[in-house]
Design a protein around this ligand. Sequence first.
Ligand SMILES: O=C(OP(=O)(O)O)[C@H](O)COP(=O)(O)O
Length: 290
Amino acid sequence: MVGLERGGGEKGLGRALAASSGGGDMTFKLVLLRHGEGAWNKENRFCSWVDQRLTPNGIKEAQTCGKVLKEAGFEFDLVFTSILSRSIETSWLVLQEMEQEWVQTESSWRLNERHYGALIGLNRAELASIHGEEKVKLWRRSYDITPPPIDESHSHFHEIYNDRRYNYCDVAKEKLPKAESLKEVLDRLLPYWYDVIVPEIKKGKCILISAHGNSARALLKHLEGIPDDEIVNVTLPTGVPVLLELDENLHPVRPHRFLGNQEAIQAAIKKVEDQGKAAAPGKNISVSAN
Ligand SMILES: O=C(OP(=O)(O)O)[C@H](O)COP(=O)(O)O
């Protein structure tokens, strides 16, 4: 369990930083979150736009996250999620734990996980044993490499594109991505960030964004100006709140902070990184190494 006592100094953090003016300068706080563990996180498969539920462990992670944020004194005014169930379910559990279930929530496909194209459903370790760990790392963590696109022959194509949640997007269904690099995630996320989220932050609202490993990485890259060749080293664990403190121009006033037990968080990051290590070759892997 993530314990505040070990991290130290987090009690009252939310209150102290709530759009406050310390020394005359406005500081906005924003909490970014990758949802709790989903079924395919556990199976080490690229989940992406396939709608998977939280595992019992993922539910616990979300509840622990809620406890951490409550203990730190956060009072959210608005929550944003993707339209994938695991990010929505995580936000419910966090708010429930914080006794803030009433907080308004808005969901957009623009916060969805990166579209992993033809890699969706594949096991990372098996893929690494075929194509090599370096190639899998490039697919997972590079900035501008787009994986092979999904097509109708993919076993999850129709499940994704016939899902009626995509009828309500602000782009036509046929224009939705078929694969994305991190750069392409940022391209579709930024209009939502600037048009919808930023105005709310500038009103002084305390915002939680419950998103995904790569949609959260893309936003973090943008906000912190992380260079293209350094974003490869940024990995987010499931269910751990990331605090960003921004000035009035939405520039970070200090580097982002993971809230909770720092030892446990570092171990969780390593676990996500290790998902790309090679294992014995499996069956049913049919992606071309282009
Ligand atoms: O669905 C995914 O991310 P999510 O669990 O944050 O929604 C991706 O499969 C994450 O894969 P990655 O950690 O290899 O980028």
